[in-house]
Design a protein around this ligand. Structure first.
Ligand SMILES: NC(=O)C1=CN([C@@H]2O[C@H](COP(=O)(O)OP(=O)(O)OC[C@H]3O[C@@H](n4cnc5c(N)ncnc54)[C@H](OP(=O)(O)O)[C@@H]3O)[C@@H](O)[C@H]2O)C=CC1
Ligand SMILES: O=C1O[C@H](COP(=O)(O)O)[C@@H](O)[C@H](O)[C@H]1O
Length: 495
């Protein structure tokens, strides 16, 4: 069987009338088809309570392709759209599932699909457990082919709810059938971290506490909460970004060399990192974690409102829109090396970057002579630009002075606004049965353990939340976090 034959499946999208399906899933499926990563043996069933029909769904799919990808190719979209159908469906109604089952059998026959099914949960998390169990109990998994469950974030709202959810879905699907989405793991340069680290002798030998002074991971956004105030009030930056995307990047940066590039070997090394993370509890929370909330300010010359003025946000809200933290990994390789992370909304720039700062030479003859030298840096540009930069010290041409030299490999990201690119890769991996770039349950639970202790302390604390001006790089306390260790944030704007 070739690769594309493995991908022959029916995609069942729970929540097909929603925002995620429109902005990410439909354009991703279209790209897979356009690029030949899907042949004609596939079908998509969209589900939602709305009284739509096939025509309505197809119109929405076409609009989404045009809006997200700017595609105007009627002949391609027509042959593509005939694979889509819609079923009005209430996930809480048991009877709906047998109707869905009948539909799946018909689609298998129409498109000659060997019974493979991807169930994609693009809905609010409170439904995930119930849907998974109904899929199982109503016989939707009883097929000749494989069945896989794709779960959107958030996977729970704390460790307890995540355990509950996991228990529910595990009654219906085995761990290797579950694909927990973290869209950062679908980003080109996040996937490149492993290649940079494990395919280059220069980094392989330097990647430890003897040579690295600190690692900084920044993911800043210019956007505010964009109408998602209701969700964000219960989440905040810690649960929204740190529990998943930020800790995933840290574990990719700190993991040991896996035995092989297999899903199990890579996941097991990432899990070891999360196990070795020093818990941040009690008094150490104040010393190691900074939170903030954006006030009014300016983004790209436009005045913007503060968080407390956003729709569906309480005017006394203590929800953090910014988090910076110092993480320590208590193992042989990383003892003594801080991993600084920061993420926030309404910051000066949209930028996700990793800066690896190497230790200085024990004796640098040029700095002794007051020449301008700095530490060597490896910068991994995740978005919006993609690539890497190595910063070295060199000689200023025609002078005796030294100067920083930037060796760059850069290309503009196709993934500029978190477009379907990442989702497209992850959907393809799921079709291929490759779960490497999805979160394993152990990763999810370990991340929640770290985050829960912090959010509990914050919710019990009467302390005022530092504010930062919209359009800045966050509260001054985040700068002080690094200054206390003799470091500072490397600017992400112009690097
Ligand atoms: N939007 C985004 O960019 C992102 C979203 N996510 C996650 O993806 C998931 C979906 O988000 P999003 O698309 O924004 O949410 P929306 O609120 O836009 O969509 C919710 C969907 O759920 C459907 N739905 C609700 N109740 C029922 C029901 N009882 N039976 C059947 N269908 C129902 C709605 O359909 P109808 O109204 O027709 O019933 C709608 O299609 C969430 O878990 C979210 O956290 C994650 C990352 C980014
Ligand atoms: O998961 C989420 O990520 C986005 C940021 O994603 P990016 O790919 O644009 O960096 C964030 O805006 C959102 O709040 C969060 O839920």
């Amino acid at each position: 069987m070739n690769q594309i034959e493995q991908a022959e499946a029916v995609f069942v999208i729970f929540g097909s009338t929603g925002d995620l399906a429109k902005r990410k899933l439909f354009p991703s499926i279209y790209n897979l088809y356009r690029k030949g990563n899907l042949n004609e043996h596939f079908a998509v069933v969209g589900l939602g309570r709305r009284e739509w029909d096939d025509e309505k769904l197809r119109t929405v799919v076409m609009e989404s392709i045009q809006e997200e990808l700017g595609e105007q190719r009627p002949e391609v979209t027509e042959s593509f759209l005939k694979h889509f159908s819609y079923l009005s469906f209430d996930v809480t109604n048991k009877d709906s599932y047998s109707e869905l089952n009948d539909k799946l059998h018909i689609l298998d026959e129409t498109f000659q699909i060997p019974g493979n099914r991807i169930f994609y949960m693009a809905m609010a998390p409170e439904f995930f457990g119930q849907i998974a169990q109904s899929i199982h109990n109503e016989g939707l998994k009883d097929t000749q082919g494989w069945t896989r469950l794709v779960i959107e974030k958030p996977f729970g709202t704390d460790l307890q709810s995540a355990i509950r959810l996991n228990d529910e879905i595990r009654q219906a699907f085995s761990e290797d059938e579950i694909y927990r989405i973290d869209h950062y793991l679908g980003k080109e340069m996040v996937q490149n971290i492993q290649v940079i680290r494990f395919a280059n002798a220069i980094f392989g030998s330097l990647w430890n506490n003897r040579h690295i002074a600190n690692i900084q991971v920044t993911s800043s956004e210019q956007l505010g909460v964009e109408g998602r105030g209701g969700y964000y009030e219960k989440s905040g930056a810690l649960r929204d970004m740190v529990q998943n995307h930020m800790l995933q990047m840290v574990s990719l940066l700190a993991m040991d060399v896996p035995l092989r590039l297999s899903t199990d070997d890579i996941r097991s090394e990432k899990i070891k990192v999360l196990r070795a993370l020093r818990p941040i509890v009690g008094e150490s929370i104040k010393e190691n974690v900074v939170r903030g909330q954006y006030g009014r300010g300016e983004i790209n010359g436009q005045e913007v409102i503060g968080y407390l003025e956003e729709e569906n946000v309480s005017d006394s809200s203590k929800t953090e829109t910014y988090v910076a933290a110092k993480l320590m990994i208590d193992n042989h390789v990383w003892a003594g090396v801080p991993f600084y992370i920061r993420t926030g909304k309404r910051m000066a720039v949209k930028s996700t970057k990793i800066v690896v700062e190497f230790k200085e030479l024990p004796l640098n003859l040029y700095s002794k002579e007051n020449k301008q030298t700095g530490p060597n840096l490896l910068i991994i540009h995740i978005q919006p630009d993609e690539g890497m930069t190595i910063v070295l010290n060199g000689k200023k041409i025609g002078s005796a002075d030294t100067t920083p030299v930037h060796l760059q490999y850069r290309h503009d990201s196709e993934d500029r606004f978190n477009t379907p690119e990442a989702y497209e890769r992850l959907l393809f991996d799921c079709m291929m049965g490759d779960a490497t770039n999805f979160a394993h349950w152990d990763e999810v639970s370990l991340s929640w353990s770290l985050v829960d202790a912090i959010s509990k302390a914050w919710s019990e604390s009467g302390e005022k939340l530092p504010t930062y001006r919209a359009g800045s790089m966050g509260p001054k306390e985040a700068d002080e976090l690094l200054e206390a260790d003799g470091f500072s944030w490397w600017p992400v704007e112009e690097m």
